[in-house]
Design a binder for this molecule. Structure first.
Ligand code: AMP
Ligand code: GLY
Length: 424
């Protein structure tokens, strides 16, 4: 079969790497892809938000399955676009419809859903320009720090955590007045949850589900979790505190009610659910839903899946997932992100990347890379995810750090402290 993956990050390279190993695969396309996907698939310069353009490509290249990597096309309704077109009757699309994608596309929608289905999460109130007085009253019932979340997609920048009450009120007004554009026409005000974060991923056909390995990512740019938030500076899987007891709590109090809610709301959901969790004294709470895989979490979760992914995805599409059995590699996987100096603020692009061919003990997933004059060059903030297997996450991290010594580009930066917080 022929598969088209949409996206261009480390997540998409990892998905492509896995699908490329499938016995069922004939031809793999990635749009737009990066220098890494180019080595294992054909990159296609499509605009992932231009559904007509994607549709034409799918027809002329006899694509059987479309795997949507990032959230934007999902929130914009790509699944609905294809589901109503008779010419795409046989196309398998991996991702939720527009309604299910609201779990990520609107924080207010997600909170209402969690409340309705009794899923543990922070207490909240949704502010608009119309209920500002009431919203400030709610804020007064909370202890600092205060959490403000722009309702819509804001490229990972829409969450503010502030200590000062007056500053919080003024930021609340700024967001409502357009600081994050339309994404901030509503703002979710939330109780702060103090605990350790981790993520778990589920694949569902809308009826049954399979749980994928859990992971923990490192969001801050600086060591010891300091500095600005990033898309993610690295990740590890498994997570030490995610033991059997915790996993059972997650499944019973979070995953099952979420799948139940998806069914009750008649959502057309065939794809991944990413549960952003926080562990508070041994109990899991939901921080957020995403309707896609995480990045860089995919770069540790996918290498731990032993089973061929394509039959699983076919079963998702055919609503036969309950018959599948997903085998997980007992080994740990860790990944370290190499980023452009300056990221997540201003950074330069076009730096030549040296040494990739010398890496033998790790898998290098490309993120912001492209090919220029037959050389790999940087083309984004997050450039490469260096993933390794090990008996535990620390051994895997050690291997990644060893491999990184062989890679070089101008102003390359990475965190050297990953995993330290998990050492006993
Ligand atoms: P989100 O986009 O909702 O995942 O928020 C981004 C980050 O902000 C999360 O990964 C957490 O680190 C932090 N965060 C969000 N909501 C809360 C909360 N209620 N309490 C504590 N930290 C939070
Ligand atoms: N690593 C967090 C995310 O993909 O949203």
């Amino acid at each position: 079969m022929n598969v088209l993956i949409l996206g261009s990050g480390g997540r998409e390279h990892a998905l492509a790497w896995k699908i490329a190993q499938s016995k069922l695969l004939d031809k793999l396309y990635v749009a737009p892809g990066n220098a890494g996907t180019l080595q294992i698939a054909e990159n296609v310069p499509l605009n992932i938000l231009n559904f007509e353009e994607i549709s034409e490509f799918i027809i002329s290249n006899k694509v059987d399955m479309l795997v949507v990597g990032p959230e934007d096309p999902l929130v914009n309704g790509i699944v609905d676009f294809f589901s109503i077109r008779p010419e795409h009757n046989n196309l398998m699309v991996i991702g939720p419809g527009k309604d299910g994608a609201q779990l990520e596309g609107s924080k207010d929608f997600a909170k209402k859903f969690m409340q309705k289905y009794n899923i543990p999460t922070a207490r909240y109130h949704t502010a608009t320009n119309e209920n500002l007085e009431e919203s400030i009253e709610f804020l007064k019932t909370l202890d600092p720090p205060f959490v403000l979340k722009a309702d819509g997609l804001a490229a990972g920048k829409g969450v503010l955590i502030l200590n000062d009450f007056e500053e919080t009120v003024s930021e609340l007004k700024n967001i409502l007045e357009g600081k994050f554009g339309n994404a901030g026409s509503k703002v979710v005000i939330e109780e702060y949850m103090d605990g350790v974060e981790c993520s778990v991923f589920v694949i569902t056909d809308g009826r049954s589900y399979k749980i994928l390995p859990e992971a923990k990512d490192y969001k801050r740019i600086g060591e010891n979790n300091t500095g600005l938030n990033t898309g993610g500076m690295g990740a590890v899987s498994p997570v030490s505190f995610y033991d059997e007891q915790f996993a059972a709590k997650v499944e019973n109090s979070i995953i099952k009610p979420t799948i139940h809610g998806i069914k009750e709301e008649n959502m057309d959901y065939k794809g991944f659910i990413f549960f952003g969790l926080i562990n508070i004294k041994g109990n899991p709470y939901v921080i957020e839903y995403n309707v896609r895989m995480g990045d860089p979490e995919t770069e540790v979760v996918i290498p731990r899946i032993e089973s061929d992914l394509l039959p699983v995805l076919m079963s998702v599409s055919g609503k036969e997932l309950e018959n599948e059995n997903i085998r997980v590699d007992a080994r740990a996987v860790s990944t370290v992100m190499l980023v452009s100096g300056g990221y997540p603020e201003e950074y330069e692009k076009g730096k030549v990347i040296y040494g990739l061919d010398n890496v033998t003990e790790s898998i290098v997933f490309h993120a912001g890379t492209s090919v220029k004059d037959s050389e790999n060059v940087t083309s984004g903030g997050r450039v490469l995810a260096v993933s390794s297997y090990g008996d535990n996450i620390f051994e895997a991290l050690e291997k990644s750090y060893k491999s990184i010594k062989k890679i070089k580009f101008d102003k390359m930066y990475y965190r050297k402290d990953l995993g330290n917080d998990l050492k006993k």
